[in-house]
Design a protein around this ligand. Structure first.
Ligand code: TXA
Ligand code: MG
Length: 322
């Protein structure tokens, strides 16, 4: 059963999030499906509840800019935009800090992280009470429209999440603008609540990754963003054993011997495997290259539940490089 919480239940919502449970949270844009971003299994549960067939990077939410800057490195443009538009419907993509608290799965393994401070009093109070970054995609099942009331959230996710915090209807009703500041030039990845013109008034001309009115990048080309990170070592899929020059990405209790092993989940749990996927790929890649190994062999993962998204990510990592 999904609990329907009122603003008076805020401490309960914060406690659930800190325990790793999923809570839908109102923001000024749309309701977000919140999870403790420092808890890999909680983040994995977000993808499972949404039924996402692949791991899209999620936005992390903070009570103020200072809290966000603990996890990402702002530049002068980011500080200026934050001072002008936060709290508000603007998401900034910035480089992760080495000490970033956010699980790699929340950022789909990327070196960047999308951060924002929402302008909703209940969301801000909750983020203060949780005291940790909260990863939250829109609180809808994958492929459905974003919810702007608690009733919409329950239509799609009732029984799949612990609770929804009812904060009434969302004022903006449109997702946040996503601006990538991680490269040299600023690039608009998704139009949203803050216009490109308003951003340009602060930091000068920005690149538009889209034609006006076109679908978001993530919809036009799912996974386009995920091409940033692939291991340098080639990946061999559906491996039943590892050769002497192969590092092994294992799954389940019956992993064969190998010179280097990262088991995604010895007990064969798909949520645990999802939470350990990106850290494992990075570790096997770095350690494997340090030890002169030739490739990473990945054992099969069942094609159900989160296994669908895990296999999607592994196929991308194994695809021929352009
Ligand atoms: O208004 C909003 O932004 C709502 C509320 C809940 O905050 N959230 C939301 O999240 O719309 P979601 O997951 O539905 O959309 C997140 C967008 C996607 O287009 C994703 O590709 C992009 O942000 N994104 C997240 N992290 C990114 C990254 N590191 N680099 C590039 N794009 C990123
Ligand atoms: Mg969405």
């Amino acid at each position: 059963m999904t609990e329907r919480l009122t603003p008076d239940d805020l401490p309960r919502a914060a406690a659930l999030l800190r325990q790793g449970a999923l809570v839908a949270v109102p923001t000024e844009t749309v309701y977000g499906l919140g999870a403790d971003a420092t808890n890999g299994q909680a983040v994995a549960a977000v993808f499972a509840a949404k039924g996402r067939p692949s791991f899209n990077p999620l936005i992390c939410h903070y009570p103020d800019a200072e809290a966000a800057w603990r996890d990402v490195v702002p530049d002068a443009r980011a500080e200026r935009l934050a001072a002008r538009f936060w709290p508000g419907p603007l998401t900034l993509v910035l480089p992760r800090r080495a000490a970033c608290r956010v699980e790699l799965l929340a950022g789909a393994g990327l070196d960047t992280l999308a951060v924002r401070v929402p302008a909703h009093p209940l969301a801000l109070a909750l983020l203060c009470a949780v005291g940790r970054p909260v990863a939250a995609p829109s609180a809808n099942r994958s492929g459905q429209v974003s919810p702007t009331t608690a009733a919409h959230v329950l239509e799609g996710l009732s029984g799949r999440i612990a609770a929804v915090l009812d904060g009434g209807a969302c004022a903006v009703g449109l997702e946040s603008t996503v601006l990538d500041l991680s490269g040299g030039g600023a690039a608009l990845l998704r139009p949203g609540g803050v216009t490109a013109e308003a951003i340009e008034a602060e930091i000068g001309p920005i690149g538009r990754a889209l034609d006006p009115g076109a679908a978001p990048v993530s919809l036009r080309s799912p996974g386009m963003l995920l091409s940033h990170y692939a291991p340098e070592l080639p990946l061999r899929l559906a491996a039943r054993e590892a050769a002497p020059d192969e590092a092994l990405l294992a799954f389940g209790p019956d992993a064969p011997a190998a010179p280097l092993v990262w088991n995604l989940s010895e007990r064969g749990d798909l949520a645990e495997a999802a939470a350990r996927l990106f850290a494992g790929l990075r570790w096997l890649d770095a350690e494997g290259r340090a030890r002169g190994l030739a490739r990473i062999a990945a054992m099969p993962v069942p094609e159900r539940g989160l296994g669908v998204a895990i296999n999607d990510r592994l196929r991308r990592a194994a695809a021929p490089r352009g």
